[in-house]
Design a protein around this ligand. Structure first.
Ligand SMILES: [Zn+2]
Length: 342
């Protein structure tokens, strides 16, 4: 392990853009598959690892849906959620805003109340037993249209869920205009939730403007195409609207052709608050530490620069001020210790 990789591995971190089902690692899927022997996913560990190796986007969707199919009752949801926290804790993630898509489960017959109870139970256990603070973003799966938006809004605003802090929009952007979701975001914001839609991942900067004006986005998921519009970059920098950058995911989905062409440096040079995140890590054969290493290379960062990237995620998070001070302090102390040792 290089020095910087070792630094990243031990660095206390916050993760702001990572999906619930998209975080199911082969280890977790093996546990779920053991509960449901009739499922179509491979059962032996070697075949399962191979199944998880990213080949193209269609295969990613196949893997993703096979995990959705394994979430058949509340206990599956609880197991997945708790085990994700274990994988985050191993990477020294102290705080994560996990994007959860309740509609995928409620539309398959898990009652919303049981779903919420399962994730909340996992959240409180993970905080106590693993030291990871989890918070939820409930997102509308855009491809499922307005009925999914209605159901997601109902669950997010009507049922009560202590860990829920924000409201998102995922799925494809092409053919799924953002402004149609305005009424749902209005309701979620009125209920006290923060707005964090995906935008500008696979479409141009116009989608990011839509997310800002129609959906009142406080952070943008990806925002990769922001660099195509200097006025937008300036606006994001001025308003300190953070971008949740997920480098490996952008290559996997072909939002960006090649890592060396990733616009993250341009974003940073324009003064935009950039955070580094992992999106659907096992399905894109990555993890948060790998994404930090990639960002460090693309931005030519040393240990202090990497620590600043970790602080960006704390700043851009929806933690309360005491939480932010605590985690930033932990990052500072880790950097100081590292300097003393090397
Ligand atoms: Zn995402």
């Amino acid at each position: 392990m290089s020095d910087l990789n070792a630094f990243i591995a031990g660095l206390p971190k916050a993760e702001l853009h990572v999906h619930h089902v998209g975080s199911a690692s082969p280890r977790i899927v093996a546990e779920l598959a053991a509960r449901h022997p009739d499922s179509s996913v491979p059962h032996d560990p070697e075949a399962l690892r191979e199944f998880f190796t990213f080949t193209d986007f269609a295969h990613f969707i196949e893997v993703y849906l096979s995990v959705v199919d394994l979430l058949r009752d509340a206990e599956d949801v609880r197991l997945l959620t708790y085990e994700i926290a274990r994988d985050l804790a191993r990477q020294q993630v102290r705080y994560a805003e996990l994007t959860v898509t309740p509609f995928s489960s409620t539309s398959r017959g898990i009652p919303a109340e049981a779903f919420l109870e399962a994730i909340e139970d996992a959240r409180t256990a993970a905080e106590k037993e693993l030291g990871v603070v989890l918070r939820w973003t409930f997102d509308i799966p855009g491809e499922a249209g307005l009925p999914a938006a209605e159901e997601t809004t109902r669950i997010a605003t009507g049922l009560g869920c202590d860990g829920l802090i924000s409201f998102g929009l995922g799925g494809p952007e092409i053919g799924v205009p953002r402004p149609q979701f305005k009424p749902y975001f209005d309701r979620a914001i009125a209920a006290g939730l923060r707005s964090v839609p995906h935008a500008g991942e696979t479409t141009g900067p116009g989608t990011i403007w839509d997310a800002l004006t129609s959906l009142r986005a406080e952070r943008i998921g990806h925002g990769t195409s922001a660099t195509q519009d200097p006025r937008l970059l300036e606006h994001l920098a001025e308003q300190q609207i953070p971008l949740e950058v997920c480098p490996t995911s952008n290559i996997a989905t072909r939002a960006v052709a090649d890592l060396d062409e990733h616009p993250v440096r341009e974003m940073v040079e324009a003064g935009v608050l950039v955070t580094v995140n992992s999106d659907d890590p096992p399905m894109f054969s990555t993890d948060l530490n790998t994404e930090y290493a990639i960002a460090a290379r693309l931005l030519s960062l040393d240990a202090a620069g990497i620590a600043e990237l970790a602080r960006n995620a704390v700043r851009a998070s929806f933690m309360d001020e005491a939480g932010k001070r605590g985690l930033s302090g932990e990052i500072d102390a880790y950097l100081t210790d590292w300097g003393r040792q090397s």
